[in-house]
Design a protein around this ligand. Structure first.
Ligand code: UDP
Ligand code: MG
Length: 332
């Protein structure tokens, strides 16, 4: 699996995948930290490393910085510095997928560019994963430092909701920061859906995951590229990708309302026959009509969401498009 050119035929190779979107400022700090960690790990084990930076169509000079860093990097000696650059911004999910697809390591780790995922943890992950007993070492945030309170509240509520309606467990606070075996990475690569929600996909493929906890940190530089609305759309994606239960809930609400309508019809018919009451109550009528109209539109919208996801899937477009890349044995 390892490249003979780097003399690591019998050594374990670790692929480190970093999705980058407008991270020019932080990349030099990250690469320095990654090198330190790799040096430390190489001192303890016979290892070689492959860095894969995925420039997700950044608008800043991320690609230029990657090229400079690659030029300065001492290639060889069991280190390979690769980058992939997308033709436009395809999103973090696509960037992680591209990294996984191009990785050649026996173990594959994913970490964010902004140092919020401490690279030092990689050493511990490798110890854990090679000790056996698990196929993946994944991280959970125990706090949400550096995150607005309202965002934390919505994030927590989202996890509660999705776990109550999905059969795949989505762990609260689970990060994409994880190391997995080649076997598990191949399983994730085999899931070629366009609406990707990795937290669910990692859980869906199964395998044994060991969780380690870490304290969230502030970004080393730059700022988060996720807006509140993007996160909301991502949550809807997660729900639509991992549960069809909302459709069942909509059906149940429909049935209950039909039963209630029938019961009311019988009630008013009997009441009119027995007491000869004229039917009155315009406000009741308008409220009921509006309520039912609302529920109907909501359910149509819900079905539309699933239909839209299906439409995107059947178009069969690629998950990402590369504009350029360097390093490694290219497969495409
Ligand atoms: N990212 C990406 N494409 C995007 C948005 C983000 O590759 O469209 C990368 C980003 O460069 C970073 C990681 O995904 O390495 C996490 O992004 P960010 O730090 O903005 O998210 P947060 O930590 O706030 O969840
Ligand atoms: Mg971040």
């Amino acid at each position: 699996m390892c490249s003979a050119a780097f003399g690591c035929l019998r050594m374990n190779k670790i692929s480190l995948i970093v999705p980058c979107y407008n991270e020019a400022e932080v990349l030099p700090i990250l690469v320095r930290a990654m090198n330190e960690v790799a040096d430390g790990m190489c001192a303890a084990h016979e290892l070689c490393f492959e860095y894969i930076f995925v420039d997700d169509g950044s608008a800043d000079d991320t690609l230029g910085v990657l090229k400079d860093l690659r030029r300065e990097f001492s290639q060889g000696e069991g280190r390979d510095f690769r980058y992939l650059s997308f033709s436009r911004n395809f999103g973090k999910e696509a960037a992680m997928f591209a990294g996984l697809e191009h990785s050649t390591g026996d173990f594959v780790a994913i970490l964010d560019a902004d140092m919020q995922h401490p690279p030092e943890l990689l050493a511990r992950m490798y110890e854990d994963i090679t000790q056996g007993g698990c196929d993946c070492v994944a991280t959970r945030r125990v706090n949400r430092l550096g995150e607005p309170k309202l965002r934390s509240f919505f994030a927590r509520s989202f996890y509660k909701f999705i776990n109550s309606i999905s059969d795949t467990e989505i762990v609260d606070g689970a990060c994409d920061f994880r190391m997995m075996t080649r076997q598990m990475a191949n399983a994730v690569i085999s899931l070629r859906e366009k609406n990707r929600f990795s937290k669910g996909l990692f859980s869906w493929v199964g395998f044994r995951t060991r969780w380690i906890e870490f304290e969230n940190r502030e970004r080393a530089a730059g700022e988060t590229s996720w807006s509140f609305w993007q996160l909301l759309a991502y949550s809807v994606e997660g729900i639509a990708a991992f549960s069809t239960r909302p459709l069942i809930i909509a059906t149940v609400i429909g049935i209950l309302l039909c039963v209630a309508a029938m019961a009311l019809t019988v009630f008013y018919a009997v009441k009119t026959l027995v007491y000869g009451d004229p039917v009155s109550g315009f406000p009741t009528l308008i409220c009921t009509v509006m309520f039912l109209g609302g529920i109907q539109l909501f359910c149509i919208g819900l079905i539309g969401q699933y239909l839209a996801k299906t439409y995107i899937e059947v178009k069969g477009r690629p998950i990402y498009i590369l504009r350029e890349s360097a390093g490694g044995e290219e497969r495409r």
